[in-house]
Design a protein around this ligand. Structure first.
Ligand code: GCO
Ligand code: MG
Length: 404
């Protein structure tokens, strides 16, 4: 069997997605997600200009060999652009292998370790009543685990809560340049424990609650937040410190028993070495799409499992249904699964990417179609052309740039 064609499809049914479609001489097609939010076209070029020419003529069944060929062969290893491109190839080849076998991908990964995969959704509100409504709306959709993000008094726009505006309050032109959010760590640290106290008061002690600090805190600030949140029994505190600095989590860990999760911006196992070896975290958060695919993520989970650390694959809306499907197959198969992030996609996106995975009663299942179970409607995809877009930036009150 040989790869005879590989195409990169860019579509924007509401937001941009980059998909690699690999075709074999037997006419089997495999899909991989290569979406890197805000920097999409860099991965398109990496794939089209540097990877696709190397795929033609290769045996699609040699997944590990192709992975090593692309990773080691590039010499310039790691980084989100490289690893998103390699991920797309890896997932497309797994999709092909599973289709040829006539099995859903999870069967090739060892079969199901569980019947269904617990997912969490995102609740947010500028005020407490808005936040409570958002939690209730998620519960009505079936969610049993909920991430809580809240506005902070005095701040205009905060990540995950309301759309950013320009400093004069008008709507941002994200096509031209990033929207600007604002930030005040002291105000945030005062406010968040009150939010969790109120949410626990309203929804009781049992609902699993999560919170994302989006890399904005120093180690000592994160340690304080973790301590202050202990009474509210979080499922986890996510990305509390900037992710480049693994040692930062030593200090946080020494001071709090709030469980810690990190890794959505990590690309390889080397980003986790200290964190896993020293048991500084409880959940690894990488996406199939940004970590080089199913093959390396499986290895990461096995390594993390030796320290009792669980999986929590990144699953925001900017991971396409292709990346989401691959994640759910892996979730079902591995033993040390923790939770899956799942926001769902717009109806338009789900028309472009028809998928077999389902979400019911707060749980996901990958479905039993051969492969990853996603079909790309290329005609519809072409009707939604690429639209440039940026992620926001964040500024402190003195105007200096901060993590958002
Ligand atoms: C999450 C993330 C996302 C990222 C986004 C960036 O926990 O889901 O923090 O919301 O901000 O994926 O593209
Ligand atoms: Mg996050």
């Amino acid at each position: 069997m040989k790869i005879v064609d590989a195409q990169v499809v860019v579509t924007s049914p509401g937001r941009n997605f980059v998909t690699l479609k690999v075709t074999t001489d037997d006419g089997v097609m495999g899909l991989g997600d290569a979406t890197l939010n805000g920097r999409e076209l860099a991965v398109v070029s990496y794939l089209r200009d540097h990877v696709v020419p190397l795929l033609i003529g290769r045996d699609p069944h040699r997944i590990e060999d192709t992975w090593q060929y692309l990773y080691r062969g590039a010499y310039w290893r790691r980084g989100p652009v490289t690893m998103a491109a390699i991920a797309a190839v890896d997932v497309a080849l797994w999709d092909i292998k599973a289709k040829v076998a006539g099995l859903p991908l999870y069967q090739l990964l060892g079969g199901a370790s569980r019947d269904r995969v617990m997912a969490y959704g995102h609740a947010n509100g500028a005020s407490l009543p808005e936040l409570f409504d958002s939690v209730r709306a998620l519960q009505e959709r079936g969610y049993r685990s909920i991430r809580i993000q809240s506005g902070v008094p005095g701040l205009r726009a905060v990540y995950g809560v309301h759309a950013a505006t320009t400093p004069d309050g008008s709507a941002p032109d994200v096509l031209a340049r990033p929207a600007v959010e604002d930030w005040d760590t002291a105000a945030y640290l005062r406010h968040v424990p009150r939010v969790f106290e109120a949410v626990r008061g309203e929804f009781g002690p049992e609902l699993p609650l999560l919170h994302d600090a989006h890399h904005r805190l120093s180690p000592v600030e994160a340690a304080r937040l973790g301590k202050d949140l202990e009474p509210y029994d979080l499922f986890w505190l996510e990305d509390c410190t900037p992710a480049e600095d693994q040692a930062a989590l030593r200090l946080v860990r020494q001071h709090t028993t709030t469980p810690l999760a990190i890794g959505e911006v990590f690309n390889t196992v080397f980003d986790y070495q200290t964190l896993i070896d020293e048991r500084l975290i409880d959940y690894v958060r990488s996406a199939v799409t940004h970590f080089g695919g199913v093959s390396p993520l499986r290895k990461l989970f096995d390594y993390a499992g030796q320290r009792g650390i669980r999986s929590a694959i990144h699953g925001p809306e900017d991971i396409s249904p292709v990346g989401m499907a691959a994640a759910i197959h892996l979730d079902l198969a591995i033993h040390n699964f923790g939770i899956q992030e799942y926001s769902g996609h717009t109806a338009r996106t789900n028309e472009v990417f028809r998928h077999a995975y389902t979400f019911e009663d707060g749980y996901l299942h990958p479905g039993d179609e051969p492969g990853i179970g996603v079909e790309l409607d290329e005609e519809l995809a072409a009707a939604h052309p690429y639209a440039p877009g940026y992620l926001p930036v964040n500024r402190l009150q003195d105007g200096s740039v901060h993590d958002w």
